[in-house]
Every structure is written in structure tokens, then in C-alpha cells.
Design a binder for this molecule. Sequence first.
Ligand code: AMP
Length: 188
Amino acid sequence: MKLLIMGPPGAGKGTQAKFIAEKFAIPHISTGDIFRENLKKETAIGLEAKSYMDKGEYVPDEVTNRIVADRLTWDDAAKGFLLDGYPRTLDQVNFLEQALSQKNQHLDRVIELVADINTLIARLLSRAKEQNRADDTEEVITKRLEVYLAETAPIIETYKNKNLVIQVDGLGEIEEVSHRIITAIENK
Ligand code: AMP
């Protein structure tokens, strides 16, 4: 099962991705997590990513594509994966498609978590308090949503045109949303 989970920041992609990955026994690959791990270890990639993350901007495609291409070569990703927070730009969509087609692979489903923007802002602000994330100030949150709407929301259309998208209401209890996603994947 090769899956993507997409949706605006704060829609619960990370939380849901963990459940789905476990359910289908595939690795959960989050580019945001990879950047945060690199930042903690102060690697060159981490330090480069930080300047963008702190502003709510996207890390350049060239850097992001490279880390994903590398991660997809790991043995655990040979039969399937769930990508969370990638692709986010058209360049990344094209890169991923090429990387998969070179291995004669293709995506099976794209899960789109749908949620109201004002609810998301409130969620992100409360997460900022809980997790003390540097990229969760009100200014950065607004910027992240703007970048999402400008760059990432339109690329979901590409996947809709390929009939890969399953839209799921992202609001509600965590278990309720997971149940909706899993049912939708199994029934598509
Ligand atoms: P996330 O945890 O997925 O919201 O990612 C946190 C931050 O990491 C984003 O705001 C971006 O700065 C960066 N990031 C994560 N994934 C990507 C991506 N696919 N393309 C560019 N930047 C990314």
C-alpha cells in the first residue's frame, strides 16, 4: 500500500498517519519529522531547514526531494509507505512520480484531510503551547496556512484528476477520524 496523506497544517495528518501506518504495517514517513530530527542533531540539512521552518516557509524542493528519495530506498519502504507532508509542491509531485515509476511503482491512494481554517488556527495555537514548537507562533501559523493554500492545495487537483483522492472530514475525535480514513481506504 503506497499512500499519501495531505491536508492543511493542523488538520491532524501526523496523528492520523501513525494509526494508518500501523494498521497497514507500512512506515510512516514525515518530512517535517525528518527535518526536526536533523535539527535536533544539528546536521547540515537540519540547519538549512531551520531558517525556512522558523518562518513557516517550505524548505527548497531540491533538499526535500533528496531526503525523500533517500528514505524511500530503505528496505522497510520497499512494499509500501505512507508519506505525510510530502509532496507539497508541483516539483515534488513530479519528482515523486518519477522516483516511483523508475521502480515500476505507483501511488494507491491519497488521503485528503478536510478541515475548517479557523478551527485549524485555534488547534495550531494550542499545539504551540503544548509542544513549544518554534514554528507555531501566530504569525508563522498564518504564513504556513497561506503557503499551503497557494502551493499545496492546488496540487491535490493533480491527484483528483487521477482518481486517487479520498476526502475525509478531519474534525472530530481522533479514533473517529482514523476509523473514517481506514474505512474509506478499504472501500475505495
Ligand atoms: P510539518 O510538520 O509537516 O508541518 O512540517 C514542518 C515544516 O517542515 C514545514 O512548515 C516546512 O518548513 C518543512 N517541510 C516539511 N515537509 C516539507 C515539504 N514536503 N516541502 C517543503 N518543506 C517541508
